[in-house]
Write a protein that binds this ligand. Structure first.
Ligand code: ZN
Length: 337
């Protein structure tokens, strides 16, 4: 299930009088899709701690998501779709996405406060924001029955691609699966047909048995470090072993997810990370081979040049590179669970 190829890269090292040095490098294949990550444990400087407080101060005056402006500055849904034009749960507000990713694409403003750091998110804020996003997707499914494939993505802060400082999720719906998620669904279906059980349940069981990348559980949600991460530092995977669609998640499931997510945010903060990407995705309710799952990767720039964490291999060849073994990250993350 966990295929890897180990190489040894040889060179004559100028720092050791041109002595012959062998550097271990391995290619790891994602157990579901076969996507490749090159892993080598190298000395890796921590990211530069980014401080977005000045950027937050400057952008607050023009922010459409701040509570005093959200009514006038954000679009509304048509009345026949969402009576009242917007969905509200606690502090969370769902509005149409002005830059849509599909026919049904929204933004969920998470908090009334304009600027939150990684460690400012409370369980309540996160639960309400994911509940509000789920309610939007439920309405999409009722309004347009062809819509079955749901994602909730989060770009937190500029290094992740986030263009507005005010924290927000982006729920999006497709009538057919798109992108890498489509590959996962297809491979998951194939695995089910070949083995007669779900890849996702098997993954959790195998990782528990091996104990190398299994972080722990928060109630109904299982947390792992990905075998073939899509980031220099790490990728965390969360699996809801009993749920196929985001629409099936109960408040308790979302609460469990938020509890684990806060632990991951605290860990990232300790690594000087201030930005991340998240995707929470699900199959249509009849796709019994799939399970609701989430991926989280840190995003950062590297000292001393402010170097991007995405280079050619990742950007153009979809070939990831990781400088920290997922097993090392798992050991560190366990202390937060
Ligand atoms: Zn704001």
């Amino acid at each position: 299930m966990f295929r890897r190829v180990v190489w040894s890269s040889v060179f004559l090292d100028p720092k050791r009088g041109f002595e012959r040095v062998y550097l271990p490098v391995e290619a790891r294949f994602d157990p579901l899709t076969g996507r490749v990550c090159v892993v080598s444990e190298l000395r890796f400087s921590l990211p530069m701690k980014a401080d977005f407080s000045e950027l937050a101060r400057v952008t607050e005056a023009f922010c459409p998501f701040c509570p005093e402006k959200v009514e006038a500055a954000t679009p509304r849904f048509p009345e026949e779709f969402v009576p009242g034009g917007r969905i509200r749960v606690g502090e969370a507000v769902v509005v149409p996405n002005l830059m849509p990713y599909s026919q049904h694409s929204a933004v969920t403003v998470i908090s009334r406060k304009h600027f939150l750091t990684l460690t400012d998110f409370t369980q309540d804020l996160l639960v309400n924001a994911f509940m509000a996003s789920q309610e939007y997707l439920e309405r999409v499914a009722l309004y347009n029955v062809s819509q079955k494939h749901f994602l909730i993505v989060w770009n937190f802060m500029p290094p992740s691609g986030g263009s507005i400082i005010h924290p927000h999720l982006q729920p999006v719906s497709y009538d057919e699966p798109m992108g890498y998620y489509a590959k996962q669904l297809e491979a998951s279906k194939k695995f089910y047909e070949e083995h007669g059980y779900s890849f996702w349940q098997h993954l959790v069981e195998e990782e528990k048995r091996l104990g190398e990348r299994y972080i722990g559980a928060t109630g109904s949600v299982q947390w792992l470090t990905a075998f073939a991460p899509r980031n220099y530092l790490f990728e965390v995977t969360a699996v809801f072993p009993e749920r196929t669609s985001i629409l099936e998640l109960g408040r308790n499931n979302i609460n469990d997810f938020a509890e684990g997510l806060i632990k991951i945010l605290n860990y990232m903060n300790a690594l000087n990370v201030s930005s991340f990407n998240l995707t929470l995705q699900s199959g249509s309710p009849d796709e019994k081979h799939y399970r609701v799952n989430a991926s989280i990767i840190p995003r950062f720039t590297l000292p001393p040049l402010g170097t991007s964490d995405t280079a050619s291999l990742r950007a153009l060849n979809d070939l990831s590179v990781c400088y920290k073994k997922p097993e090392t990250t798992c050991t560190e993350l366990k202390q937060y669970f």
